[in-house]
Design a protein around this ligand. Sequence first.
Ligand code: PLP
Length: 395
Amino acid sequence: MMTPNLHYLELQDSYLFFHIAKKTAAYLEAHPDRRLYRLGIGDVTQPLCPAVIEALHAAVDDQAAQATFHGYMPECGAPFLREAIAAHYAGRGVTLDADEVFVSSGASDELGDLLDLFGPGKTVLIPEPAYPAYVDANVMAGNKIVHLTTGRQSGFLPSPPWEKQADVVYLCSPNNPTGAVLSRAQLQQWVHYANETGAVILFDAAYEAFIAEDGVPHSIFEIEGARTCAIEVCSLSKTAGFTGTRCGYTVIPHELKRGGAQLHSMWVRNRTTKTNGISYILQRGAAAVFTPEGQRQIHETLAVYKQNAAVLMAALDAAGLWYTGGRNAPYLWVACPDGLDSWAFFDRLLHEIQVVGTPGAGFGACGEGYLRFTTFGDPADTAEAARRIETLLRH
Ligand code: PLP
């Protein structure tokens, strides 16, 4: 009898969003006249920018004529998009060969698929609170997970645990769920740790476009020594509203080697075996993001979310609540007041002011006592939610 991958049985139920949906549905059933102000969703609400829409339409037309039609695309990405992304990095002072950029269908897909490079039975270090998919993908792979907890004292920013050995380290900056960002010096410490111990850093840069402060690194490859220890996973989902359109990219430097093997050439082999590339139409749309017009337009959209963050931060400041995030990230990580735990604060906001957040306990045990707000909502709803939070919690 065939035995499937029984590691799936070790997965915890995806309790968090299921339970939120259940609680909000029950509330609305009991109070049909009320409406909710949702600050829980991690999905964007603003449409794709005009430059992307124009490029998508033009690419559809290309597929209608024999002279411009494209069949299978190169598995690792179309040269025009790989070059556009490498040029974007060059604009920040990071030199990449275009073939070090792999076009993907999104960061989630990559964060799971990349585990193929490491093989079974590895030890992975996951700083928490963390994006839940890091843990789940490694449970499925049968890896040993070392949970590295962070807390308020360090601003929820992890430092390398020199006493612990790991094969793979996940770093996410700006962070989901805490919105905290690693400074250049902190990232330099992680790069040093990885090079010294032989670990590989999987750097999740899905929210780099939200960084507003000068000097905060957007890419791990801004840090000296990262080319021998890091893989960067990035996405256009939040940068350019591609959550439902799907496109991302992964950077693997040629110098990254472990056990005598070059991870770049292994990933080329993996992609050419396990994928047939990303659609021509999507890659044309994605390339438009990296044009001057596309960059100007996506920053106009990001400004909508940043304004939501400013409105929420002002309300939290007025209410005297401790939080991280918001300045360089679309997330605010708020300490629950009055000794409430995550779910009790969630219930209080839902029942008293109809505002929905995400309980921090769902992102790892050290998230207990915190709640995550997102800034992706409709601006008018976000402003009303902020007003309600301030009125309820100001002493
Ligand atoms: N990484 C982090 C930290 C995220 O929060 C998300 C999505 O919410 C992703 C990756 C997934 O992005 P994508 O839509 O590209 O799969």
